[in-house]
Design a protein around this ligand. Structure first.
Ligand code: NZQ
Ligand code: ZN
Length: 410
């Protein structure tokens, strides 16, 4: 296991009806801006529930900013930052999924980058901060979250991803100042999700675990066993929620699993490989494909293309997640051929699972062909994604080969 520090200050408040706790969690005298998305929070009544909880105690002044898009838009978030400075907001409350929470983290940072007159900095300065990952910013407004879709883990981490359509860029950022002060996880809130979003959430969490797990062994037993458990739970509960979307026990387990998948715990002290996500971001910005679907398109091809460098972990994955017998294929457990066969079987199991959930597993499923590949490679280059992977060995040629595999139907 590698050396590490682990720090996660997010208070998780989990359970049905826990939105009422906002009355205690948000400072009593705060000037609060509630941020939300395209309307689901309003439609489902969650926004009213949030406002009622805030009004039940203290002297808070409450403002609202709605309309944060799925794949939150840079320009929208700058408008929100203006609103923060105009109303002298000192607490942000995100009500929604990864897009709203990520967007709110960015608002928290950008709104704190003010000119002498108290106004938000220019678009160019904000863009510069984003392209350098926001790591050097030293101020942020406090924020909390009410999560309405289990998927990203944003509710318990300090990162986010922002989309800037005009520049065809979707870029990650991170800063410890934007760990939420708290996140409320009410599994009942997920019952209003369309099936597509539920399945997207399962897949996103699954791939988050894979990107922290599928590298090379460093004898990190806790991280490996946790990761494998999370994957097995996602397979079981992903199938269960598809069969019976009303089961609250399933919803509870899915919500906590997705949070655990990206709160830093399983990624401590181990190598990581975010290749699938980085290629996926380009697919979203060029072709407007849902985040999770870009991942299920790319991951099988990443596994196939990198099967040699990931061989040990792929075999471990085959045995511990898919219960494949890695000692007995053709009675030749150690031969390269039998290892390859087991690895291919584990990849096929992964694809079949994604397909069961109605997710695409290659470019063809997303109605794209080989002509999509070069523009994606060019965008990877433009965004300096030229040394991906746990060995930083995935250059543009490797990414091109991954995409070429994704253009084939297996
Ligand atoms: O916009 P509204 O109307 O609210 O509708 C949303 C949206 O259309 C809807 N929705 C959310 N909760 C609902 C609901 N509909 C009915 N009932 C509810 N309870 O679901 C749609 C998707 O929402 P979104 O927030 O976009 O989904 P998700 O949580 O999957 O977030 C995706 C974003 O997170 C980023 C992705 O790149 C993408 O931009 N990620 C953030 C990460 C992080 N911060 O650590 C890591 C991830 O890898 C991911 O990249
Ligand atoms: Zn993701």
């Amino acid at each position: 296991m590698n050396n590490f520090q682990y720090y996660n200050p997010v208070r998780i408040v989990f359970g049905e009806g826990e939105i009422a706790k906002l009355s205690e969690l948000v400072p009593l005298e705060a000037r609060v801006l509630i941020t939300y998305g395209g309307g689901s929070a309003k439609r489902t009544g969650t926004l009213d529930e949030v406002k009622a909880a805030l009004a039940s105690n203290g002297n808070r002044q409450v403002f609202e900013f709605g309309g944060i898009e799925a794949n939150p838009e840079f320009t929208t978030l700058l408008k929100a930052a203006d609103s923060v400075n105009e109303h002298d907001i000192d607490f942000l409350l995100a009500v929604g999924g990864g897009s709203v929470i990520d967007g709110t983290k960015f608002i928290a940072l950008v709104a704190s980058m003010t000119e002498d007159d108290g106004k938000t900095v220019s678009r160019e300065q904000a863009w510069e901060a984003l392209t350098s990952g926001c790591r050097k910013l030293d101020k942020a407004i406090d924020l909390g979250a009410v999560l309405t879709i289990p998927a990203t883990g944003s509710e318990m981490n300090s990162g986010g991803v922002i989309n800037y359509s005009e520049r065809k860029a979707k870029l990650p950022f991170g800063n410890p100042l934007v760990f939420p002060k708290f996140s409320i996880l009410d599994p009942a809130k997920t019952l209003t999700l369309p099936e597509r979003q539920v399945m997207n959430g399962v897949a996103d969490a699954f791939v988050h675990v894979m990107e922290q797990y599928l590298t090379y062994p460093v004898n990190a037993k806790v991280q490996d066993a946790f990761a494998e458990s999370l994957l097995k739970i996602l397979i079981e509960e992903g199938r269960a929620v598809k069969a019976d979307p009303t089961n609250m026990e399933t919803r509870k387990n899915l919500m906590w699993t997705a949070t655990m998948a990206l709160n830093g715990l399983i990624g401590t002290g181990v190598p990581q490989d975010w290749t699938t996500h980085m290629i996926g971001h380009e697919l979203t910005s060029l072709h407007a494909i849902d985040h999770a679907r870009t991942l299920t398109i790319v991951l099988p091809s990443v596994m196939r293309e990198l099967k040699d460098s990931k061989k040990d972990k792929l075999l471990q994955y085959a045995r511990n997640v898919w219960n494949l017998d890695i000692t007995s294929v053709n009675n030749q457990p150690t031969s390269d051929e039998s290892a390859d066969a087991i690895i291919e079987q584990a990849i096929t199991e992964t694809e079949n699972f994604f397909r069961e959930l109605g997710l695409p597993v290659n470019l063809v499923d997303a109605e794209l062909d080989e002509s999509a590949i070069e523009p994606i490679v060019q965008q990877l280059e433009a965004h300096k994604m030229t040394q991906l992977g746990e060995h930083r060995a995935n250059d543009l040629e490797v990414s091109r080969r991954i995409l070429q595999r994704a253009a084939l139907v297996h």
